[in-house]
Design a protein around this ligand. Structure first.
Ligand code: 3H9
Length: 704
């Protein structure tokens, strides 16, 4: 958009109306801040103007700085335009519809009044991008709503609803007028003569109590440090909030400016910006027009009331989408519904859901026992036992009963989509919707395309996932699809390193230091060691060259299946989830190593990290080579949201670039010589290394 059109100024009823417009979310592009500054000057110089309104066009206020501009020099900053708004001699009213985020909310905070609609969402999400609010947000927000509420919003980066914003004092007025502009003009006229102007920068009442109570700030700082984990930005934000309480406004602003500048170009911020755009990129299907808008899924069905089916049904109900859960056996259905109820009850017990809301969500889940009852649903997700013959039967039935145009989805984590599509006369409507366990918690939905899946089906499945609050990325159909396929080699190396002398606790410690919330063995104890046991047996039977994982196999055969049996990779005390290293596991490892004639040695932390992640980088490159993912960044999105890969590392492939494709390729080749075919180097990895390129820019082959 032409910068001249980014900010419009007009006078209505003696009020200067400043409208910013930069679709889709009015991010602050170059020229916008200048436009606001100029409009405020015009209004202040015009004797016929008594007050101002700052408003966004197109259903949003301002969603913040343009994230693409970070890391580049900016002539005029939000700090400057906020200062001009704050200093205006005539009152300025921020009129907020939709998003007021980051630099957008900072503009609103610099205004003298804030009026919002019920659709308003307000927040300072900067820490999610590795930075802190840099336009006075850390100084004005605590002065307006108090340091505790400000720290909560700034450190979580969450969006407050209009109701909450009103309660906190972030909004002065919540209007139900259908015309926000007209309501804001009326409001501006009503406050036109108020003097002195209520400047947030001059308020001291909300910080006075904290200023007199250092212990309160100390405990707030500790609680932020606990939540920040590996991130710098929340700690820096907290330091600025403390300055807001303890120092004059201008000093606090200077501190904020310094800390912002330090963070803006740090690795953490670069990785988090990359992750932001990778997520949005993943929503795009190459060659498919952005303008195509799929119909939303308004009603859904889930086949199978097991753990996965139940989790998916809960995810639909959480998103407000009515869902029918189908199980032919009465007993399995009752058990499944009971488990669903228990999941909701646990949330009520934790305080994250009210009993009334639980009942509302439960009412959205209807249990049914025959296929005819689901015929009218817009989408169906099959989540039955992972057996090809059973899946084919289900798809045959779905083909017979489902209304034309319904999307037929499978939650299979490995079976070829084409096999299921072939059981129907509408293979173009069949795709995978691979949710990760627990489906009501994990954010990733891997949408899997078969060879006949239409773009319309993919788009609709993506929209459905997005409406369920999931982050979607598309994979091609192959064993393990893109996410699990790229992760399996890492899991294999985790187990095989044990035979050479590493210990579960050491490996877990390395991965937690890298940024994972839990190490792979602790996670495996939660998901259950038995889950992959059968799959390994199948693979071993089918492939004589398959490298068996003797240690986990033996643990499963000993009944050590993880937390559910009180022991797995670790030992657990009854009623306690804390993992304790167990000498029994060491004995199993030693026995396997001696039987295989493998000498034990020690590992340093870097070797552990590289061995695990390089194995997966190599496989991820093969996934791209085979055309089973569109882009390397899609694989990063899968790792971030399916496997808890630390977000401040960007994703597997982004992280790989920080090491360098060349170094990884050389190491993979060395391990190939040493360990054999499971380390066969990817041609794509070799090509990127030879060209001195970046893995994160790699794309999948066009054909599949
Ligand atoms: C900041 O303000 C720092 C200040 O303190 C600094 C002072 C010095 N920039 O997500 P969607 C694009 S930090 C650039 O699909 P939704 C997005 O890429 C900033 N582009 O829609 C996408 O483009 P495309 C603080 C942006 O409805 C399109 O808009 N602000 C920006 O699901 C639609 O986005 C934030 O962190 C942006 N700021 O969600 C807010 N925002 O179609 C970041 C969006 O080409 N934004 N785009 O792929 C969001 O969280 C979500 O976009 C939002 C809308 C909730 C607003």
């Amino acid at each position: 958009m032409n910068p001249a059109q980014l900010v419009r100024y007009e006078v209505a009823d003696g009020v200067g109306v400043v409208t910013v417009e930069n679709p889709p979310v009015n991010a602050l592009a170059p020229g916008m801040r200048e436009g606001v500054i100029e409009a405020v000057a015009r209004a202040n110089a015009d004797p016929d103007v008594r007050a101002l309104v700052l408003i966004g066009a197109g259903g949003n206020f301002i969603a913040g700085a343009d994230i693409r501009q970070f890391g580049t020099a900016r002539a005029v900053s939000t700090r400057d335009s906020a200062k001009v708004l704050d200093a205006s001699e005539k009152p300025v009213v921020a009129a907020i519809d939709g998003y007021a985020l980051g630099g957008g909310l900072e503009h609103a905070l610099a205004c003298h009044y804030r009026i919002g609609t019920a659709r308003a969402k307000l927040g300072l999400p900067e820490v999610t991008l590795g930075i802190i609010p840099g336009g006075g947000g850390t100084q004005r927000l605590p002065r307006l709503i108090g340091p505790e509420a400000a720290a909560d919003l700034i450190v979580s980066g969450r969006h407050a609803s209009a109701d909450e914003a009103l309660r906190l004092g972030l909004l002065d007025v919540l209007t139900d007028a259908s015309d926000l502009r007209a309501a804001a003009i009326r409001y501006a006229r009503s406050v036109a003569d108020v003097r002195p102007l209520p400047r947030v920068s001059e308020r001291g009442d909300r910080i006075a109590a904290a200023a007199a109570d250092p212990a309160m700030l100390e405990s707030l700082r500790k609680s932020v440090a606990r939540k920040a984990r590996h991130l710098k930005a929340p700690l820096e934000a907290m330091a600025c909030i403390e300055a807001a309480v303890q120092r004059p406004f201008d000093e606090g602003l200077l501190l904020e400016q310094r800390r912002f500048a330090e963070l803006e170009n740090a690795d953490e911020a670069k990785a988090l910006r990359y992750a932001f755009f990778a997520e949005r990129q993943a929503a795009k299907i190459p060659g498919v027009d952005k303008g195509q808008t799929p119909q939303p899924v308004r009603s859904a069905a889930v086949i199978g009331a097991g753990t996965m089916g139940g989790g998916i049904a809960i995810a639909f109900a959480d998103a407000g989408i009515p869902v029918k859960i189908l199980e032919v056996s009465e007993e399995a259905l009752t058990r499944g519904m009971q488990r669903i109820r228990e999941t909701f009850e646990a949330r009520v017990k934790r305080g994250s859901l009210s009993p009334a809301e639980m009942e509302k969500r439960l009412a959205r889940i209807q249990s049914v026992r025959d296929y005819e009852s689901i015929a009218d649903c817009d989408a169906v997700v099959e989540a039955v036992f992972e057996r090809i013959d059973i899946k084919q039967q289900v798809f045959g039935r779905l083909d017979t009963v489902m209304k034309p145009g319904a999307v037929l989805l499978t939650n299979s984590s490995a079976i070829d989509i084409d096999v299921m599509a072939a059981a129907t006369r509408r293979p173009e409507d069949v795709a995978g919707a691979h949710f990760f366990a627990p489906a009501n918690v994990m954010k990733l939905c891997e949408v899997v395309r078969g060879s006949s899946t239409s773009a319309a089906t993919l788009l609709r499945a993506m929209k459905m996932g997005r409406d369920m609050g999931k982050i979607c990325a598309i994979a091609g159909s192959c064993d393990g699809f893109a996410a699990n396929r790229s992760r399996t080699p890492m899991m294999t190396e985790t187990m095989l390193m044990l035979e050479e002398g590493a210990r579960p606790a050491q490996i877990d410690k390395v991965m937690m230091a890298f940024g994972y919330p839990l190490g792979p063995f602790a996670v495996n104890d939660i998901s259950g060691l038995d889950v992959s046991y059968e799959g390994r047996k199948r693979r071993a039977a089918a492939d004589p060259g398959y490298r068996k994982l003797h240690v986990p196999d033996r643990l499963v055969e000993m009944g050590r299946k993880g937390q559910k049996t009180g022991a797995g990779w670790y030992r657990y005390e009854p009623g306690d989830r804390a993992p304790h290293p167990d000498p029994v596991v060491d004995e199993v490892i030693a026995a396997v190593a001696s039987e295989l004639g493998i000498a034990q040695r020690s590992f340093d932390d870097e070797e552990i990290l590289h061995r695990l992640l390089f194995a997966s980088v190599n496989e991820a490159c093969k996934v791209l080579e085979d055309g089973k993912a569109y882009r390397a960044s899609d694989i990063d999105v899968m790792w971030l949201h399916g496997f808890g890969f630390p977000r401040h590392r960007g994703g597997l492939m982004y992280w790989a670039d920080t090491v360098g494709a060349d170094r990884i390729h050389r190491q993979v080749c060395e391990w190939h010589e040493k360990y054999g075919r499971r380390w066969a180097p990817s041609a794509l990895l070799g090509a990127v290394a030879a060209a001195g390129g970046r893995l994160r820019d790699a794309t999948g082959k066009e054909s599949t």
